[in-house]
Write a protein that binds this ligand. Structure first.
Ligand code: MG
Ligand code: ZN
Length: 255
């Protein structure tokens, strides 16, 4: 389950890289769901059921669901602006920048949504898909959303809209640990690539059922605290090993 890694037993200090889901993790609501609830024909719910059951991948799901949306730029922007984000998120981003920890947002959601919300949080005022974050792409043309998937992988077996595991493998290089932050179904393929996971439900239960070390978190301040302690120069290989053992023990106790 837990693979031995160069980070444990080696004398090199940890060089983490963080991958982070967007909807329900950085935001407090799933923006795509909100768009569908408020602006789409109700037939989207049947398509959602197929995705939840694993019958179709997130790419086919989003393609079919977002085709049911009819809206205006004004209406769509007002909806996006009404979505609350984690109050500690902007501070967390300043922390990772200060600490020189690469921080990568990976999302099945739409780039126009992510760009607008990150800009409002004071981040990446002109964020670009494939540089500042990785996501599906959406453009409003005559009241309809034209959707494309620049980060779907040809060799992805799950039908991901954005293939999160593929992006992690491409960007992690030699870094350790790979930390993943997420909450939902769209993260289940990504967590297998991570060394540690910070999770909200239902992802937390999923990780525990698979033996993937995962910690719950309420908001980004919790994660900042844990990382700051961890990177504060008091990190030893023994502590890293203890961290893993605790995560494993917590998993065993949850069964
Ligand atoms: Mg999510
Ligand atoms: Zn995939």
């Amino acid at each position: 389950m837990i693979q031995p890694h160069r980070g444990v037993g080696a004398s090199t200090p940890p060089e983490p890289i963080i991958f982070c889901d967007f909807d329900g993790t950085i935001t407090r609501a799933d923006v795509t769901d909100e768009i569908l609830i408020r602006l789409a024909d109700p037939a989207w719910r049947e398509i959602e059921r197929l995705w939840t059951a694993g019958t179709i991948g997130s790419r086919e799901c989003l393609e079919r669901q977002l085709a049911l949306v009819k809206t205006s730029a004004q209406e769509l922007n007002a909806l996006i602006d009404s979505i609350p984000i984690d109050p500690a998120f902007a501070r967390f981003v300043r922390f990772v920048q200060r600490s020189r920890i690469p921080f990568v947002v990976v999302s099945d959601g739409l780039d126009c949504v992510i760009r607008r919300i990150l800009a409002h949080a004071g981040l990446h005022s002109r964020g670009r898909n494939g540089i500042h974050f990785y996501s599906s792409s959406g453009r409003l043309i005559k009241g309809r959303l034209a959707v494309s998937f620049p980060h779907a992988a040809a060799n992805c077996a799950h039908g991901c809209a954005t293939c999160k595991p593929q992006i992690i493998r491409a960007l992690r290089e030699d870094r350790w640990p790979v930390i993943y932050i997420g909450d939902g179904l769209s993260d289940r393929h990504a967590v297998a690539e991570a060394d540690f996971v910070y999770a909200r439900q239902p992802l937390l239960d999923f990780c525990r059922s698979k033996g993937i070390p995962a910690r719950p978190f309420n908001n980004f301040a919790d994660i900042e605290c844990a990382l700051a302690r961890w990177l504060g120069g008091r990190v030893t290989d023994e502590m890293l090993e203890a961290e893993r053992s605790r995560a494993l023990a917590a998993f065993a106790a949850s069964e």
